[in-house]
Design a protein around this ligand. Structure first.
Ligand code: C2E
Ligand code: CA
Ligand code: CA
Length: 775
């Protein structure tokens, strides 16, 4: 229920109750006054009635008196001649009567009665010339004679129901005065009758108005009850008026109804007025405030705009302030939640949110989306070697440059769409490219990113061997959700890393297959018994004169599940998963136990090279294990050479140097493998406590190119100057072999001489080789 409805619900009952209360009080106060009023009004009416009656009575009285004293009546009474009397004197008397009655319209009669109430003269003020005296008047005259009274007055009722006031008087025929008791027979009775029309009408009106009962009596009745009235009209005539009891009740009902309707109408009107005032001044401003607040909260407006100076206006101001503070705090915490604090790039969560939005738009409108997963190569090395401040500065610098670059690339053409760069974690970044129309756009951006780290990363704090690997997954072909795209771009990025780092890889079914393949290798490596599936092969190493100088043990894995798996497939996995140590120990034990058989086949002791995982350089005690095995199998230490690959991932040079020293202390020879592929400079490499440098196959190949060929000899000379021997790997042609020998290379290894072989094969190869060299 909203505010105005609630206000109406509160106001209406209260108003109604108070008006009903007032109406009830008014009713009770009015009730007695209604009764009193009606009483007074009735008494008034009766007084009026009585005075009307009195007017008639005094009229009749004075009329009778005037007539009984009149000359006309005296002559009439004195005249003996009856006919003359009737005609001459009767008309005289009529004339006198006519004069008196001229003003009155009511019926009036005058009669002179002789003895025994026989009428001697009769006059009536009527238009009918033949009218006769009424029986009521005759009866009254007779009674008057009989009663013997000198005068009297009575109120009678005619046959038509009209009231007739009859006044009579006895007078002496000669003296015209009241007769003595003895002189009755000489008397006449003069009688006057007046019809009380006005009185009757008033009485009838009163009866009708009050629905009253009227009673006449000769004596006064009992004390009148409420609203009952009694008036004395004549000395022995009382009129009693009793209004119907329901009369007052009806009045009161009318009053009650009036009050009830009044209360209802008034409370209705007041409620309307009050609610409209409240709506105008309270609920509407509050509703407006709520409305604006709602809009502000939904971001449809940015401030509350209520100008009034009252409480609501102040409330609005408070809300505005509160909203300002809250939105500032919200903005700050959102920035914290959405931004990465170091680089100020969007963080992983925020990146996901934005990517989800863009993928939705892409699915709605058929846009392109690509996700570039960027991982810095060798960042851990820089971080460990130069400290976290350098690492942080490098990340900051890289993210700035990458940000500028991505912006430039997207602004390059209108078909390039838009981009978001984010930092996902540590040295991992991502770029979301969306709404671009040019298929080559993502490849271009990825290559541009590689360009940022070409030949390592240089910035204010120096130059570092950091590159990056970029994996790309695209919508819709490589995934529909952000999780799929991230995971697939990550797979592609791993592929780029495994493929030698500093490169771009697109996610593809083939790549996913390779990733699954790697995963299966990992599972198998963890599950298998090495003795059952691993075996060693040996590859001959020759000196410049074609003599066997040694052989290198190379690991082979034949898995019944996966088939033959190449070492460059499973060794990086073993290194990544920590299985390298177990694997190296198996190789060391196997190669050392083959040493005696090899020496026997060759006919003398030659150098046996064993590869160690570069992960061994991160610490650990592989030297202890080698020492134990040498003693156990009585192998001369100086005949064993360990080959280690220089990788930049090696964290502490101190740990590496210590291990190399311990291996040397055992009397072992040490060779740096894959020389020419890493990032450490040649001069640095020469500082290591090692005995030999093995030039990598790809490096040899490059040195054979016409432009580079001149470098070959100085490199070899440099190594010699440092007391290091040089082995060239991957020698496949006579020409290569000759060039290497001419340049002073000490040892040669490659398919030109022999592939890695199992012991039995190696023996056959040796025999053939010996035959060839002897001939
Ligand atoms: P690596 O130590 O540089 O081994 C030399 C690789 O070059 C061998 O490949 C060998 O077959 C190949 N190779 C030698 N001469 C030629 C040539 O003239 N032409 C061509 N095309 N290839 C040639 P392989 O045996 O496949 O080994 C690959 C890598 O796996 C090795 O490179 C080494 O890093 C690692 N590896 C092999 N065996 C072991 C082992 O027992 N322990 C450890 N930790 N790593 C091993
Ligand atoms: Ca090797
Ligand atoms: Ca090598």
């Amino acid at each position: 229920m909203n505010l105005s409805k609630r206000a109406a619900f509160l106001i209406v009952p209260v108003l109604l109750a108070s008006y009903v209360l007032v109406a009830v009080a008014v009713y009770y106060a009015e009730r007695s006054s209604v009764e009193r009023l009606e009483q007074a009004r009735l008494s008034n009416k009766l007084t009026e009635l009585r005075s009307t009656f009195s007017v008639y009575a005094s009229f009749a009285d004075s009329y009778l008196f005037a007539l009984s004293e009149s000359e006309a009546l005296h002559q009439f009474l004195l005249e003996q001649d009856n006919s003359y009397r009737q005609q001459a004197l009767g008309s005289k008397l009529e004339a006198a009567l006519g004069n008196l009655t001229r003003q009155r319209s009511d019926y009036l009669s005058f009669t002179v009665f002789g003895p025994a109430a026989v009428p001697e003269f009769y006059f009536a003020s009527t238009d009918n010339p033949f009218s006769e005296i009424s029986s009521v008047e005759l009866d009254q005259a007779r009674q008057a004679w009989l009663s013997g009274g000198l005068s009297g007055v009575s109120l009678e009722r005619t046959e038509t129901g009209d009231s007739l006031l009859i006044h009579h008087k006895l007078i002496d025929r000669r003296t015209f005065a009241a007769p003595l008791a003895t002189q009755r027979e000489n008397s006449v009775l003069v009688q006057i009758a007046v019809e009380l029309n006005a009185f009757d009408q008033q009485l009838a009106e009163l009866v009708e108005a009050y629905d009253a009962r009227v009673t006449w009596s000769e004596e006064s009745g009992p004390r009148p009850r409420l609203l009952e009235h009694e008036v004395r009209l004549l000395p022995s005539l009382y009129l009693r008026v009793e209004p119907d009891e329901r009369f007052v009740a009806k009045q009161l009902t009318t009053l009650a109804q009036g009050l009830a309707i009044g209360a209802l109408v008034l409370s209705g009107l007041c409620a309307l007025l009050l609610t409209s005032l409240m709506r105008r001044f309270i609920t509407e401003p509050v509703a407006e405030l709520e409305h604006q607040l709602n809009d502000v909260m939904h971001g449809q407006r940015n401030r509350i705009d209520i100008q009034s100076r009252d409480e609501i206006g102040r409330l609005a101001q408070r809300f505005q302030q509160l909203y300002g503070q809250l939105s500032d705090a919200y903005r700050r915490s959102r920035e914290l939640a959405e931004r990465d604090t170091l680089t100020e790039l969007p963080n992983r969560n925020h990146f996901y949110e934005m990517a989800v939005r863009e993928l939705k738009a892409a699915s709605d409108h058929g846009y392109h989306v690509a996700l570039l997963y960027i991982d810095l190569d060798h960042f851990k090395f820089v971080n460990d070697k130069y400290g976290h401040s350098v690492g942080d500065a490098l990340l900051k610098s890289f993210s700035q440059r990458a940000g500028v670059l991505v912006k430039q690339e997207t602004e390059r053409s209108p078909r390039a769409g838009q981009a978001i760069l984010a930092r996902l974690a540590g040295d991992e970044f991502a770029v979301l490219l969306y709404r671009y129309q040019d298929e080559n756009h993502c490849e271009r951006v990825a290559q541009a990113l590689l360009g940022l780290v070409e030949g390592g990363y240089r910035f204010e704090m120096g130059s570092y061997p950091v590159t990056c690997s970029v994996g790309i997954a695209r919508y819709p072909q490589d995934g529909h959700t952000i999780t799929q795209l991230i995971s697939n771009a990550d797979t592609a990025m791993y592929q780029a890393k495994n493929g030698g780092k500093n490169q771009v890889a697109f996610y593809s079914q083939e790549l996913a297959r390779q990733a699954r393949w790697s995963l299966e290798i990992e599972h198998q490596l963890k599950a298998i018994d090495f003795d059952e599936e691993f075996f060693l092969t040996y590859m001959p190493i020759l000196d410049g004169r074609g003599r066997i100088a040694g052989c290198e043990a190379l690991l082979r894995w034949y898995s019944p599940v996966l088939g033959a798996v190449r070492p460059d497939q499973f060794i990086p996995i073993a290194e990544r998963t920590g299985l390298y140590s177990k694997l190296d120990r198996w190789v060391i034990a196997q190669a050392l136990s083959d040493f005696a058989a090899l020496s026997k086949m060759i006919g003398r002791q030659v150098q046996l090279s064993i590869n160690l995982s570069s992960a061994e350089l991160t610490g650990g005690d592989v030297d202890r294990y080698i020492g134990e095995q040498i003693r156990l199998l009585s192998v001369p230490a100086e005949m064993i050479e360990v080959e280690m690959t220089e990788t930049v991932g090696v964290d502490a040079s101190r740990q590496r140097d210590q291990l190399l020293h311990r291996l040397r202390d055992l009397g072992l020879q040490i060779a740096i493998d894959d020389f020419g592929t890493g990032y450490t400079s040649m001069m640095q490499m020469l500082e290591y406590p090692v005995d030999k440098i093995k030039l990598d196959r790809s490096f040899v190949e490059r040195l054979m190119l016409p432009g580079n060929f001149a470098l070959l000899e100085p490199i070899i000379s440099l190594c010699h100057a440092r007391g290091l021997k040089v082995t060239a790997e991957g020698v496949e042609t006579e020409a290569q072999a000759q060039a290497l020998i001419d340049s002073g290379c000490d040892l040669l290894q490659g398919f030109l001489y022999g592939q890695p072989m199992r012991l039995a094969e190696f023996e056959l190869w040796l025999q053939k080789h010996q035959r060839d060299t002897q001939s």
